[in-house]
Ligand binder design. Structure first.
Ligand code: NDP
Ligand code: MG
Length: 399
């Protein structure tokens, strides 16, 4: 097990944490902004990126007097709204602009909250530049976990994903040699209990109505297919250097237990809290401190029953495919992730059915010649191949 908790010093002796948010306009990004507003004496937002929501980015630049902005959609480079910036602020465009923010000397911590593999290059850049990385972007860890974890010093990377943040919290102060098993909880999503035939008829509107969490569209659809849980098992494998045999998924409809760690002596530690992503985001910024709760605490007297059951991987095949990809390793998780990104988007656009997502993923995985992962460039090539192959299959399946 890699050393999770090192002496990576972040808190600058009473000075606020200087933060860059990559993807400040999204669900995670907006909730992180909420924390910046709550704790101006503890967190200083220095830099932020957006892809398409330029107005929102410019408002934030004004509100926080940001020193640097990145707009990843290059077509916005000449947009006249940029002239609204009334203070001096560095501006950069395109995917590479994320790396520039991640490496800035006036940034201590980078919150990676963009969606999709696009987050991997800046996550790597931030790690190499010695920043703390609060990582929400699971696709980066799925595709390149080996490479990212090798670049991370102990204590440098703190997971934001609620399950992994929960496990991280359970492991503080523990000797990791005594871990028996990681239990990753899963709400089951909006289609829990549905048959495969019923799933084939599910609409994007139904898939986007998650019972417990309000999240970005891509992850919400991943939660409906249970691909999200598959990605999270791979994420946990890398973050906690845990064998796949020692990671279990358990359906827990209420989303109150965010995950659990079982130890050799039979003790199990669980992290329990409200279904509010601001809690893990804040923890990733405050660690090793704990700041006041941004949400109402759980009231155990009115909580009701908590339920647990096994996932059905015959109906939710995406989970099984992701587990297969994780166990095989090498370039396959990267390819599986890329195929899923394309198929997920095609479903949201109404081009393929929900079950078409796992069909595309499976066929792209079958067509792939898995190789040991070499470096980031290998990831870029495998990702590009998988996207092209997935797009062709989407055309074939389009309804
Ligand atoms: P959203 O879709 O809400 O936000 C995505 C962010 O990324 C936005 O700021 C968006 O900019 C930006 N973005 C979109 N496309 C690109 C691109 N091509 N290049 C660079 N930036 C881009 O996503 P979420 O906040 O829900 O999720 C972010 C990450 O966190 C994902 O990896 C997700 O799996 C993970 N996560 C999310 C959770 C949640 O509760 N939402 C929980 C656990 C993990 P713009 O809006 O300006 O277009
Ligand atoms: Mg999660």
């Amino acid at each position: 097990m890699s050393e999770l908790f090192g002496d990576f010093d972040l808190h600058r002796k009473g000075q606020p944490l200087r933060l860059a948010i990559l993807g400040c306009t999204g669900s995670i990004g907006s909730q992180a902004i909420d924390i910046c507003r709550r704790y101006p004496e503890r967190v200083q937002l220095v830099a932020a990126s957006a892809h398409s929501q330029l107005d929102k980015l410019l408002e934030l630049a004004q509100e926080f007097s940001l020193a640097a902005l990145a707009v990843t959609d290059e077509t916005l480079a000449g947009d006249e709204r940029l002239s609204r910036l009334s203070h001096s602020c560095e501006l950069s465009f395109g995917e590479k602009a994320l790396n520039e923010l991640a490496e800035r000397s006036d940034v201590d911590c980078v919150l990676v909250a963009v969606t999709g593999l696009v987050g991997i290059w800046s996550t790597y850049a931030a790690l190499c530049a010695g920043k703390r990385v609060a990582c929400a972007n699971k696709e980066a860890l799925v595709a390149g976990g080996d490479i990212l974890m090798q670049a991370a010093r102990p204590g440098q990377l703190i997971p934001v994903d609620s399950e992994h943040n929960a496990i991280y919290q359970c492991l503080v102060g523990e000797d990791t040699r005594y871990i028996n098993r990681l239990w990753i909880t899963c709400s089951g999503g909006p289609f829990w209990g549905w048959s495969r035939e019923a799933l084939a008829q599910a609409t994007p509107e139904q898939a986007l109505a998650h019972p417990n969490w309000a999240m970005g569209d891509k992850i919400t659809v991943d939660s409906a297919t249970l691909m999200n849980k598959g990605l999270e098992v791979i994420e946990a494998h890398h973050l906690f250097s845990m064998d796949y045999d020692k990671i279990s998924v358990v359906i827990h409809r209420q989303s109150k237990i965010h995950s659990m760690v079982e130890f050799a002596d039979g003790s199990v530690k669980a992290q329990i809290g409200p279904s509010d992503m601001r809690i893990p985001i804040q923890y990733a910024l405050s660690y090793p401190e704990r700041w006041d709760a941004p949400a109402e605490p759980v009231d155990f007297l009115s909580l009701g029953d908590l339920s647990f059951s096994a996932p059905d991987v015959e109906v939710f095949r995406a989970l099984r495919l992701a587990l297969d990809a994780g166990r095989t390793g090498g370039s396959l998780p990267c390819v599986m992730n890329a195929a899923n990104e394309i198929a997920n988007e095609a479903f949201r656009q109404g081009t393929i059915s929900l079950v078409g997502i796992d069909e595309v993923v499976e066929r792209v995985m079958d067509a792939h010649d898995t190789r040991p992962l070499e470096d980031l460039d290998h990831i870029r090539r495998s990702d590009a191949w998988a996207r092209t192959t997935a797009r062709e299959l989407v055309k074939e399946l389009s309804c």
